[in-house]
Every structure is written in structure tokens, then in C-alpha cells.
Design a protein around this ligand. Structure first.
Ligand SMILES: [Ca+2]
Ligand SMILES: [Ca+2]
Ligand SMILES: [Ca+2]
Ligand SMILES: [Ca+2]
Length: 350
């Protein structure tokens, strides 16, 4: 039988556990040495295992040269949906928004919009007062308002020129059946702090189940502004001075009125600094919005010309998030081509 070499640790075990057992055995006058050997063998074996376990544990707690630090397991951060937790690619990269409005009909279920924080825009005065006008439609003049409108959806205080948004735009006319389907009379005004719009919408079927970047899949209002009309007059693709804002009346229930900025893409966000309110009418809704110039990064100067289009998406399928048609104040209007937009002039202050 191979002798077991005992260290101090095992001797301690023997002293504390084995010897009392042997004494106990003697006490009960057990004559067989066989039991003693078995007890010794068991205790020696258990002591070796215990010793090995303790040694492995101590080594594991040390930082060994060249040993990689253990990677802690992190549970997924709870998200809005279980699907998100178990997604194959758990990135938080926002979906690329479908350019609203589309140049073709899109259908789909309501989607959650990203909740980006509104980013402040450094103000400047990129517009020039040189009379540049787009050859699309008639220029619209924003009246200088000495008395700001109350943003409550009641348009009765608007006495400035009324404009029409009732022309279908490229690729958006197939579903349009006329002015009663969707069209609007709108007002626009400004002061040193805000740009204001008042929109009286006619629509044969009010639908809005979407919000945020997907509000265009419902009956929204959209404003496009090219704030540096002369700087890139012939450029046929939107750039950092071209803005697209959306205004939704909500659904006069669980969805509140809100504003969203799709362009510039780097500034896409909800616009919590914009005030929006709307009231439902017998044939549509009336909506007012107050837009701080800071949302556009503009210090306004009277007489400045901007690129401009005011448009309305239409959806007539109750309970469905889809885009069916669009009308605008400019028939040539395309989403991402500022050369197809019209012109806005900041009217003279009194
Ligand atoms: Ca009002
Ligand atoms: Ca309609
Ligand atoms: Ca531009
Ligand atoms: Ca509608």
C-alpha cells in the first residue's frame, strides 16, 4: 500500500476529526482494525480533495500574468419588447426612416418611433434678402404678427392672407379624389421668436394611428424650408440647411398633438419645443403650431426668402397606418429635391 504523504493541513484534519473518531471507536470497544483503516483512508482522501479545491480557488482569485480577465456576464437591458431582447442583432441603430412622404404608397402596421432628444441648433442668418424666388407656384408671405396667435386649434384670430394647399404632388395623385378628399387653407406668420402656422384641413376620413417619424402614415401636416435658398439654389438634393417638419393632430384621444423633425437627418427628433394643438371639425381638423426659430437655427430678418412647401399626407383607412396621397401648395413638390419647392418671404414688420 502506498504511503500517503501528509501535510500540515491533513494533519490538522486528522487531529480534529479522525482522532476523535478513533477515540470514539475505542470507547465503543470496536475491536476491528479494519474500521480504523477505512476511516483513515476516507479522511485522507477527503482532505486531499478539499486541499485541491482550496488551492484551485486561491489560484483562480489571483491575477496571473497573461491570463485574460474573466468576462462578466451581463443580462440584456430590458426593452419595450421581448423581441428586442432576443433580437439576433441587438443594436440600437435607429431604423432608416422612410422618406416621408413617399413617392409610392406604403402600407404597414403602426411602428414605434424612436424617441430622440431634440438637439439645439446654433442660430445664424443664412438666408439672403435678394428677392430670389423659386419658379414653382406663387410665393407665400409670412405675415409679421404683432399679436401672436393662441395655439389652441381655433383659427379665428388669423386675419392674414389665406393660402391653399390643394395640389397633388408627383406620384401622390392616384388615390386623390378631389378637394374633399384632402386639401387645406393655411396661414403663416412670424415674429422675432417664432414661426407660426394655422391650417384648416378638409378630409373625408380622419385617420391617425401613427406618431413620431411615422406620423406621415396618417393625416399630418408637413412644412419644408430651404433656409439657404441662394447658397445651393440649383442643388437637387436636400442638405443641412433644408428642413422638413411634421405636425400631427394626434387622434383627439390617446395620441397627443406633436411635432417632428425629419430633416436635416442629423437633427431628426421629436420637437418638444414646438407647440401644437388641433380641434376636430365637421370635415377635418384645424391645427396651429408655434415653431421657435431655434428649431431651424435661424435668426429671422424681414424680407428674407426661403424655399418652402406646406403639404398634407392623407390616409383614409381607419385603424391602419398607411400613406395614400398628398397635396401641397406646390404641385412640383418632391420630398428630397429643394428645387421643386416654392418660396416663402418673411413679410415686413409693421
Ligand atoms: Ca388660435
Ligand atoms: Ca381623405
Ligand atoms: Ca438648401
Ligand atoms: Ca384622411
Amino acid at each position: 500500500m502506498t504511503a500517503v504523504k501528509r501535510g500540515p493541513f491533513i494533519r490538522q484534519i486528522e487531529k480534529k476529526v479522525l482522532q476523535p473518531l478513533i477515540v470514539l471507536k475505542s470507547y465503543f470497544k470496536v475491536q476491528s482494525n479494519e474500521l480504523t483503516r477505512r476511516l483513515e483512508a476516507i479522511m485522507a482522501s477527503r482532505a486531499r480533495i478539499l486541499f485541491l479545491l482550496l488551492t484551485a480557488s486561491a489560484l483562480g482569485a489571483c491575477s496571473l500574468p497573461g491570463a485574460a480577465a474573466p468576462t462578466p456576464f451581463t443580462f440584456p437591458t430590458p426593452n419595450l419588447t421581448h423581441t428586442a431582447i432576443f433580437a439576433a442583432t441587438p443594436t440600437d441603430t435607429p431604423l432608416a426612416p422612410t422618406l416621408p412622404p413617399l413617392d409610392a404608397t406604403s402600407t404597414g402596421t403602426p411602428l414605434l418611433a424612436t424617441v430622440d432628444v431634440e438637439t439645439p441648433v446654433a442660430t445664424s442668418t443664412p438666408g439672403t434678402v435678394d428677392g430670389t424666388v423659386r419658379p414653382n407656384g406663387s410665393p407665400v408671405t409670412a405675415a409679421y404678427l404683432t399679436a401672436p396667435p393662441t395655439i389652441d386649434g381655433d383659427l379665428s384670430e388669423w386675419t392674414s392672407t389665406a393660402y391653399q394647399a390643394a395640389q397633388t404632388v408627383p406620384y401622390a395623385g392616384d388615390n386623390w379624389t378631389g378637394a374633399s378628399d384632402v386639401s387645406a387653407t393655411f396661414y403663416i406668420g412670424w415674429d422675432t421668436q417664432y414661426l407660426y402656422i394655422g391650417v384648416s384641413r378638409t378630409d373625408d376620413q380622419f385617420v391617425q394611428v401613427s406618431y413620431g417619424r411615422y406620423m406621415y402614415r396618417g393625416d399630418d401636416v408637413e412644412l419644408q424650408l430651404d433656409l439657404d435658398l441662394d447658397g445651393d439654389f440649383a442643388t437637387t438634393l436636400v442638405s443641412s440647411d433644408d428642413y422638413q417638419l411634421g405636425f400631427s393632430p394626434g387622434n383627439f384621444g390617446s395620441l397627443s398633438p406633436e411635432a417632428y423633425r425629419w430633416y436635416p437627418r442629423s437633427l431628426e427628433s421629436y420637437l418638444t419645443s414646438v407647440t401644437v394643438d388641433a380641434v376636430q371639425t365637421a370635415d377635418g381638423y384645424d391645427l396651429e403650431a408655434r415653431i421657435p426659430w431655434a428649431v431651424l437655427g435661424i435668426t429671422p430678418v424681414e424680407g428674407t426668402h426661403y424655399g418652402f412647401a406646406l403639404s398634407l399626407s392623407d390616409n383614409d383607412q381607419p385603424g391602419v397606418s398607411t400613406w395614400e396621397s398628398m397635396v401641397s401648395n406646390v404641385s412640383t413638390r418632391r420630398t428630397a429635391d429643394p428645387t421643386t419647392w416654392g418660396t416663402l418671404i418673411l413679410g415686413a414688420a409693421d
